[in-house]
Design a protein around this ligand. Structure first.
Ligand SMILES: [Zn+2]
Length: 278
């Protein structure tokens, strides 16, 4: 055995969690290549260079590691590029791996949630391209009758098998979720178009509470007269975890409306809640 081979530290599976790594490939000799998950989900930090306030541009590339897999390499990369996240991550490392898995998963979710939305240069417009239109339409049909993302995936599989339609293959619950986000985004955009229309000079908000599978939601509707027709549109069901206070709900609405339609304050003439008597 050559001295270089003896010195090569093999990759340890436990390091994927210890150092937030993911194996991306294994070559014919069994040598692996791993990537940094912080790079993947957050990008690298902007590094101050200190020359007359000049900043080095944020690097978008992902750090890959190949042998030898010495832990100091990960540590020095994480400290240099992801100092804040790395500190936070290490604090989670005790006592279980579950918490760290959760952290990575969370980052995954956020990244996946907006994967289909591409921001156009310079203007704040997002575009989405759906390649499998039939699959998208059918998936949204399933979701619209109340199927969960997982059930939608199962139903799609059955439809594919029964009709021998290969176009319907490849759906999973994460894609079903992304499709639904696209639909919700388009619906919200349509609502904004209505609210911003010249015929709409005022609007009112109506709040209501509901419960779905033990989870409380604050339902928000908007009412407006659009081209002579009264519209009553469902805006959002905001989950209420532990705080139901008026201030909390108020803040949620303001945050939501600011993000949705920044001119809402000028058109608002009333806010109401429905009170049911048993
Ligand atoms: Zn990294």
């Amino acid at each position: 055995m050559s001295s270089s081979k003896r010195a090569a530290t093999p990759f340890k599976k436990s390091h994927t969690l210890d150092f937030a790594l993911e194996v991306v490939s294994t070559d014919s000799r069994g040598d692996v290549s791993v990537q940094c998950l912080f790079c993947l989900y957050e990008g690298r930090q902007v590094v101050e260079v200190g020359v007359a306030g000049r900043k080095r541009k944020q690097r978008n590339d992902i750090q890959y590691f190949t042998k030898s897999f010495a832990p100091f390499k990960y540590r020095s990369h994480h400290l240099g590029q992801h100092a804040a996240s790395w500190t936070e991550y290490q604090m989670l490392s005790n006592p279980t791996d579950a918490a760290r898995k959760q952290l990575i998963k969370k980052k995954n979710e956020k990244k996946n949630a907006i994967k289909l939305f591409c921001k156009e240069e310079e203007v704040s417009v997002y575009t989405t391209t759906i390649k499998d239109v039939v699959r998208f339409d059918l998936a949204m049909d399933f979701v619209s009758i109340g199927l969960s993302f997982r059930q939608t995936t199962e139903a799609m599989q059955k439809a594919k098998t029964r009709t021998k339609t290969t176009k319907l293959s490849g759906l999973n619950d994460s894609i079903a979720g992304q499709y639904t986000r696209v639909l919700v985004a388009v619906a919200l955009q349509q609502i904004v178009v209505i609210l911003d229309h010249e015929s709409v000079w005022a609007m009112s908000l109506a709040g209501d509470g509901s419960t779905h599978r033990g989870q409380s939601f604050f339902d928000l509707r908007v009412r407006a007269c659009y081209r002579g027709e009264l519209m009553n549109l469902h805006l959002a069901a905001i989950p209420m975890f532990d705080r139901h206070s008026a201030v909390h709900i108020f803040n949620l609405i303001v945050k939501f409306m600011d993000a949705l339609y920044n001119k809402w304050r000028a058109k608002l003439i009333g806010v109401s809640t429905e009170v049911r008597t048993p």
